[in-house]
Design a protein around this ligand. Structure first.
Ligand code: ZN
Length: 256
């Protein structure tokens, strides 16, 4: 069940930098050719976004990402319980933070892309700052997990923020007409181009694993995105198990 052991190549700082820039360029290429490519091109031009960081701030309404057909996600009762607790936490001001985590699972036998997730674990570097908008994942935890599980979703939460905290988010600078045109929602209920890059970057490093992107939004939506080359898709059906092992439907964008 576990993939070949992932080896970490000892890299010098300059070669690390080079591989990061390579990954960024490849990502921009792929996302520009994906089914949301026209949105990326429109915002880059209209708001004069030229560097990688700026382009990464572009919000994407989850419904613009096509559904992955004939695939579903199952969450163990343990994962369902942790998901419920995270949703609770990000709706209270004292604990409304961007929590980084990993979902660990396997492809369901007999399917191509359906996944069962067995565990949800926190994953952040020691220097994690809750108020920071970018998340640093702990690479040691990531590599250990990759040796044990075939499928890893790189996840984080989108907490409910108050007005003062959302004012510097790019979403608040977008013209109303553009928000309508692209169905952009209030901050926290979109995924960003940066969110998808996180899983893309990890997939570039861990070729033997299937890497997905996961966002848990404060309204309870659980979004799971697969980026395969320049093809983006999201899982339309997610199920979990309650404490007494009853199968329940977990909200994701398409359930609305
Ligand atoms: Zn995010």
């Amino acid at each position: 069940m576990s993939p070949e052991k992932t080896t970490i190549v000892d890299k010098t700082a300059s070669s690390q930098e080079a591989s990061m820039i390579n990954a960024q360029n490849k990502y921009l290429d792929n996302i520009s050719n994906s089914n949301i490519g026209s949105l990326i091109k429109y915002f880059s031009k209209e708001y004069n976004l030229t560097n990688f960081e700026d382009i990464c701030g572009i919000p994407i309404a989850p419904e613009l990402i096509p559904d992955k057909f004939d695939s579903e996600i199952m969450l163990s009762s343990e994962v369902t319980d942790k998901y419920n607790r995270l949703v609770e936490a990000i709706n209270h001001s004292e604990s409304a933070k961007e929590y980084p985590f990993l979902l660990l699972g396997e492809i369901i036998p007999g399917t191509t892309d359906s996944v069962v997730f067995y565990d949800l674990i926190p994953c952040c570097r020691d220097d994690y700052k809750p108020e920071s908008t970018s998340v640093n994942y702990d690479s040691a935890i990531l590599l250990d997990s990759a040796n044990l599980y075939n499928v890893i979703a790189i996840g984080h939460t989108h907490p409910l923020l108050d007005e003062s905290e959302t004012c510097d988010v790019f979403t608040s600078k977008i013209k109303e007409s553009d928000k309508e045109k692209f169905n952009i929602k209030q901050a926290g209920l979109n995924v960003s181009t940066q969110d998808i890059y996180q899983s893309f970057f990890v997939q570039e490093q861990l070729k033997n694993n299937k890497i997905l992107e996961c966002v848990i939004m404060y309204n309870g939506d659980l979004i799971l995105i697969d980026m395969d080359g320049d093809e983006l898709s999201k899982y339309p059906s997610i199920y979990g198990y309650s404490d007494n092992e009853v199968k329940i439907s977990v909200p994701t964008f398409v359930n609305k």
